[in-house]
Design a protein around this ligand. Structure first.
Ligand code: FAD
Length: 346
């Protein structure tokens, strides 16, 4: 248990996820947030880069805010596997003692984060959407010590019906997994350099008991909705899978991608990888059309950071209008084709 000597733990660390020797967007997002936290704690930012022949990626991490990069490089780490990666990251933590350790809530991070936290005997707050430095408890309670400069980790709880702020005052590191698409990367600093530290945790046969026989990649020409500048998103109000054609036509005219609410996925109208929201993806496009979507809290959690939100709904009391910049009250079957025709003419 890492209770002793909490003050020994220093620095904000980020797991710099890479796949096929290409850094994932979440690595840059976490570095952006880590910089803010490090500023508040007057400390520095370290990226932990784990893989095989990945050292060259250190400059890119420096360009997005890493002061130091700890590289764990071993042929065993070429593809992500739970055990060797857990061993690598847990060993880095035991050796360097970070005060804060951030991991992306990606498929890899959701597997790795909890296992590493158990291995180093600390807590982990999963799927955070807000991270800040503050006091814990938030307000002073008689008889209870209030600790300062704690990592306050906020995440939706009870099915998104409440927002919980969690702290880890008695153990280090303070660990969180963070939702992709929520934090913002800093602008790239060309030519930035980080101190690169190579670390070898040593691998024993126990660390590599799963052997990868083959990697089969899904081939798709669909753009990830998290990368789209314009999203035309449909909800249950669209009425049927066939009727999504009117949204696709609009998306084509304005160079957007189609996304949807969970009700649409649950009905089997559209695949889960285009679902926006708490249990789907968090998106931050320039323009987000919410068409036939009521605006449930779990949906809004995934799209409220869009620059411009346009809502089309026949119910003028729908909560989506509370977050919309522009609202059109009416039947989407009339409005969407009309909009498409008008925009075609522009
Ligand atoms: P509805 O709520 O049924 O809304 C349909 C809307 O369409 C209505 O506002 C209606 O007025 C409008 N409409 C109907 N016909 C027309 C028409 N002809 N013209 C114009 N407007 C019309 N939801 C998500 O989206 N993403 C998530 O990630 C997500 N995660 C969840 C996680 C948990 C733990 C839970 C409990 C729920 C989650 N949900 C999520 C579900 C969420 O609570 C809502 O049920 C869901 O978002 C509703 O989808 P909807 O807005 O498409 O459907």
């Amino acid at each position: 248990m890492n209770k002793m000597g909490l003050e020994e733990y220093k620095g904000v660390y980020v797991f710099a996820q890479q796949v096929d020797n290409e850094l994932s967007g979440i690595a840059f997002e976490l570095l952006g947030k880590a910089k803010d936290l490090a500023k508040d704690l007057d400390t520095d930012v370290t990226a932990v880069l784990i893989g095989s022949e990945v050292k060259d990626l250190a400059d890119e991490l420096a360009a997005y805010g890493a002061d130091k990069v700890i590289v764990v490089d071993d042929p065993e780490l070429k593809e992500y596997r739970t055990e060797p990666y857990t061993h690598a990251l847990a060993s880095v933590i035991n050796e360097y003692k970070p005060e804060i350790m951030l991991v992306g809530a990606t498929a890899i991070g959701r597997d790795l984060g909890p296992r590493v936290s158990a291995r180093v005997a600390t807590g982990l707050t999963a799927d955070c959407t807000v991270l800040e430095i503050g006091d814990f408890p938030l307000v002073a309670i008689p008889g209870r010590e209030q600790k300062h400069n704690q990592l306050l980790m906020t995440r939706p709880a009870f099915g998104g019906n409440t927002i919980a702020t969690i702290a880890c005052p008695d153990n280090r590191p303070q660990m969180a997994t963070v939702r992709p698409g929520v934090m913002q990367a800093i602008d790239k600093i060309e030519g930035a350099k980080a101190e690169v530290i190579e670390f070898n945790p040593g691998f024993t046969p126990d660390n590599k008991y799963v052997e990868i026989m083959e990697v089969v990649k899904s081939v798709t020409d669909v753009v990830d909705i998290m990368d789209a500048n314009i999203l035309v998103s449909g909800g249950r109000g669209v009425g049927s899978p066939e009727n999504f054609k009117i949204l696709e036509d609009l998306a084509e005219v304005i160079g957007g991608e189609v996304s949807c609410s969970r009700a649409v996925v649950d009905a089997g109208w559209k695949p889960r990888d285009i679902q926006v929201g708490q249990t789907g993806k968090t998106v931050r496009p320039n323009v987000y059309f919410a068409i036939g979507i009521s605006g449930a809290i779990q949906h809004v959690a995934g799209m409220e950071e869009a620059d411009i939100i346009v809502a089309i709904n026949k119910d003028d009391t729908a909560p989506i209008f509370d977050v919309a910049d522009y609202g059109i009250v009416g039947d989407l079957n009339k409005i969407v084709p009309m909009l498409t025709e008008q925009l075609k003419a522009v």
